[in-house]
Design a protein around this ligand. Structure first.
Ligand SMILES: N[C@@H](CCC(=O)N[C@@H](CS)C(=O)NCC(=O)O)C(=O)O
Length: 207
């Protein structure tokens, strides 16, 4: 089974790299430089017309969007135990958190980082408002250890990576619930490997 990750280090594609490291299957990296705009070059636009990373190619099939890729990989490699199978009652909450990450957490954080001239009404925003999103996530990771309780899944990789990154850049409050949760994720060898490898890779990139 051939897996290729189109990657910029570090970036959202690091989340998929973490997922791949958790799975433990071999994969190829195709590293792009944002500084040289390689993600906007025709060769890459043929892979992802959005010009964004990550993109994953699995046996010739292209998958994009972080949450979709992680969900796909969890299903494609069930032996890694990072998904929740159809028929399991935890499948609903599992999918909820994967979709919540891209549908609510990310837009809430980004709208706060780059505020609009006029704030749209709460009812018009899919995520409602920033504080509610933060409260909902804080409650979901408490007492933990993971979103689904004792089972670590792809949803923790996606949601956890967002919280980790957003706290690093001070885009969300350093709530004790988030710090505890991210601390548990930071102890995972696969995340430590990716952080180290992406740091090295990032140093070697022109941009
Ligand atoms: N919705 C996308 C967002 C991907 C994204 O924004 N990636 C950034 C890197 S963190 C990117 O490729 N930026 C380059 C650009 O937009 O030119 C996903 O979840 O995969």
């Amino acid at each position: 089974m051939a897996l290729t990750l189109y990657h910029i280090a570090p970036s959202r594609s690091s989340i998929v790299r973490w997922m791949l490291e958790e799975i433990g299957e071999p994969y190829d990296l195709h590293v792009l430089s944002m500084g040289r705009e390689e993600n906007r070059a025709p060769a890459y636009l043929a892979v992802n017309p959005m010009g964004k990373v990550p993109a994953l190619v699995h046996d010739g099939v292209v998958i994009t969007e972080v949450a979709a890729i992680c969900c796909y990989l969890a299903d494609a490699f069930p032996q890694a135990g990072l998904g929740v199978p159809i028929g399991d009652p935890r499948r609903g909450p599992y999918l909820k958190w994967l979709f919540f990450s891209s549908g609510c957490i990310e837009p809430a954080v980004m709208d706060r980082a780059f505020p609009r001239a006029a704030a749209p009404p709460r009812g018009a925003l899919g995520y409602g408002d920033f504080d509610t999103v933060m409260d909902v996530v804080a409650a979901a990771v408490t007492p933990g250890p993971y979103l689904l309780g004792d089972t670590f899944t792809a949803a923790d990789i996606v949601v956890g990576a967002q919280l980790r990154w957003a706290m690093l850049f001070k885009l969300i409050p350093q709530r004790p619930e988030f710090l505890d949760y991210v601390g548990r994720l930071d102890a995972r060898p696969a995340l430590q490997r990716v952080t180290r490898m992406d740091h090295e890779l990032g140093k070697g990139q022109a941009g």
